[in-house]
Design a protein around this ligand. Sequence first.
Ligand code: ADP
Ligand code: MG
Length: 250
Amino acid sequence: MSAVLQTRNLVKKFGGFVATNDVSLNIERGARHALIGPNGAGKTTLINLLSGFLEPTSGEVVLKGEIVTKLAQHQRVKRGMVRTFQINCLFAEMTVLEAVSLAVCERLGLGGHWWRPLAAQRDAVDEAAALLASLHLADVANEQTRNLAYGKQRLIEIALALAAKPQVLLLDEPAAGVPTSESRELFETIARLPREVTILLIEHDMDLVFRFADRISVMVNGALLTENTPDEIARDKRVKEVYLGEALDG
Ligand code: ADP
Ligand code: MG
């Protein structure tokens, strides 16, 4: 079993409403795994359960063979599972290089002391600069993040997540609200991420999903409908029915 991330019979209820219905998911190490399904299917809820933002009603989340269901978000980050977060006010005031350097310092346990002129902090800045270069973001390193175009800000959020050196990266509609002209660059960058980073991607643009994914899980009404290769998913009548009038038919 080479699953890096699993859920076992995961259930999340909001009052009487079942948002996550007995979901058992296996994400293989190195996978480009997409999670698709209609609006309200429970995709974001599942990511929230994986990252520890929400606690499940029942069931388990297993990361690298370890049950992490009760662990806080930062403890899961330490164990290698990271999701992107929207750039907050603090980061918005910083330059891109400062923000990513701070995120590297956080990983190194230097958070709060990052401005001190120690070699370790210089290493962190070097690492941040190298990370930005690898994402083709060197040219905006010294810009304030809040001045960047929306698509670039989403890329910085991915850079901030990568600064934690994740083994599993959770991306919930990373291009939401990004103009088409910018979303291409965003997805090219995501597609180029190193294979040692396993990626679980929620995305509603089926063209992007089918170009990106080597594995697709389909969620409907909180439950997994099916999981398969993109070719098989494209042929699956039940999946087409779920998307009737939506992207797959168009
Ligand atoms: P998706 O991301 O697939 O569009 P969500 O996971 O955001 O779906 O939502 C799944 C369902 O759970 C929706 O019906 C939504 O209204 C409901 N839901 C999500 N979060 C909460 C919450 N905190 N309280 C009550 N209901 C919620
Ligand atoms: Mg969602």
